[in-house]
Design a protein around this ligand. Structure first.
Ligand code: NDX
Length: 251
C-alpha cells in the first residue's frame, strides 16, 4: 500500500508529551482537591458557560481518542507485533464504549461547552500519544496479571456506570445513594474501575506514556471520588458509614 508510512518512534515527542501529562496531573490534583471539575453535580449554574446536552458532549469529547488511533493504524505500515496491536485495540475498545455506547445511554445533566472542548483537545493528544507509542516505540511485558487488571477494571467501570444510570428515570437529574456491586465498598466505584483498568494497561506496556496516562487518571478522578463521597455524606443521613471514597477498606 503506497499511501502507508513506516514512521519512526519520535522519542523526544513521546517523552515531552508524557512529562507534560504527568505535570498536568500534579496540577489537577492540587487544584481539584480544593475545588471541583465543574461538570455533573458541580456544574457552574451561574450561566457563564454555554451548555451542551450530555449525550452529544460525551460523544464529541471522547471521539478523538478513538479516531486518532484508528487513523494512525490505517496509515502505518505492516502488521507486525501482536502485542502492540492487541493493546491498541483494547484502548480503542474502551473509547468506542465511552464515545459511542456510554454517551448514547447517559442520563447526565447538560455539560459545559468549554470543558467539552478542552476534553476534546486532551483526548486528541492522548489518543495520538498512546497510539504512536504503541505502534512505533513499544516493547511488551504484559502478563496474565496486567491483562486481568485491565479487563477487570473495564468490567467494574462499565457495570458501575450502569448502576448509576439505573438510579434515574428518564428526564430525572436528582442524586440517590448508589447500591450494589463495588458501590457497597466505595462511592467512586466507576472511578476505581477506570483506575484499575489504566494501571493494568500501564503495567502491561511498562512505559512512560502509559504510566503518565494512568497517573493523570488517578489525579483527575481520584479527587472527584473524594468530593462525591463528601457530597453523599452531607446529603444523605442514611449513607452507609463503612463505605470509603475510592479504595475499598482503605480510603
Ligand atoms: N473526561 C477524563 N485541563 C474528562 C472531561 C474533562 O474521560 O482542560 C478526563 C474524561 C476534562 C478531563 C477528561 C481532562 C482534563 C480537562 C478536563 C476539563 C478541563 C481539563 C481537559 C477528558 C483541562 C487543562 C487546562 C490543564 C488541560 O447529572 P450528572 O452528570 O452528575 O449524572 C451522573 C450520574 N450520576 C448519578 N445519578 C444518580 N445518582 C447518583 N448518585 C449519581 N452519581 C452520578 O452518573 C453522570 O451521568 C454519570 C457519571 O457521573 P460521575 O460523576 O460518577 O462520573 P463522570 O466524572 O461523569 O465520568 C463518567 C465516566 C466514568 O466512567 C469515569 O471513570 C470516566 O468517565 N472518566 C471521567 C473523567 C476522565 C477519565 C475518565 C479519565 O481520566 N480516564
Amino acid at each position: 500500500d503506497r499511501s502507508s508510512t513506516s514512521m519512526q518512534c519520535q522519542e523526544l515527542l513521546v517523552q515531552g508529551l508524557s512529562l507534560a501529562m504527568i505535570f498536568g496531573g500534579v496540577l489537577h490534583f492540587i487544584c481539584l482537591m480544593k475545588s471541583h471539575a465543574a461538570y455533573g453535580r458541580y456544574v457552574d449554574t451561574s450561566g457563564s458557560s454555554m451548555m451542551v446536552p450530555a449525550r452529544l458532549a460525551w460523544f464529541l469529547q471522547e471521539l478523538p481518542a478513538l479516531l486518532v488511533p484508528l487513523l494512525l493504524m490505517l496509515i502505518t505500515d505492516g502488521n507486525d507485533g501482536i502485542g502492540r496491536h492487541l493493546m491498541l485495540w483494547t484502548f480503542c475498545l474502551h473509547y468506542f464504549q465511552r464515545s459511542c455506547i456510554y454517551s448514547l445511554l447517559t442520563k447526565g445533566r447538560p455539560y459545559p461547552l468549554n470543558i467539552m472542548l478542552l476534553g476534546m483537545v486532551f483526548c486528541s493528544i492522548n489518543g495520538f500519544l498512546q497510539a504512536h507509542y504503541l505502534l512505533h516505540c513499544a516493547t511488551y511485558h504484559n502478563t496474565w496479571f496486567s491483562d486481568a487488571c485491565l479487563l477487570a477494571g473495564m468490567g467494574i467501570n462499565i457495570h458501575s456506570d450502569h448502576i448509576l444510570r439505573s438510579l434515574r428515570k428518564p428526564g430525572e437529574i436528582s442524586y440517590k445513594i448508589p447500591r450494589g456491586g463495588l458501590f457497597e465498598y466505595v462511592s467512586g466505584a466507576n472511578f476505581f474501575g477506570e483506575i484499575v483498568e489504566w494501571l493494568g494497561y500501564a503495567v502491561a506496556t511498562w512505559s512512560l506514556p502509559t504510566f503518565a496516562f494512568a497517573f493523570f487518571t488517578i489525579c483527575f478522578i481520584g479527587p472527584r471520588a473524594y468530593h462525591h463521597h463528601r457530597f453523599y455524606k452531607e446529603k444523605f443521613k442514611d449513607f452507609p458509614r463503612s463505605r470509603k471514597s475510592l479504595i475499598p477498606f482503605i480510603f
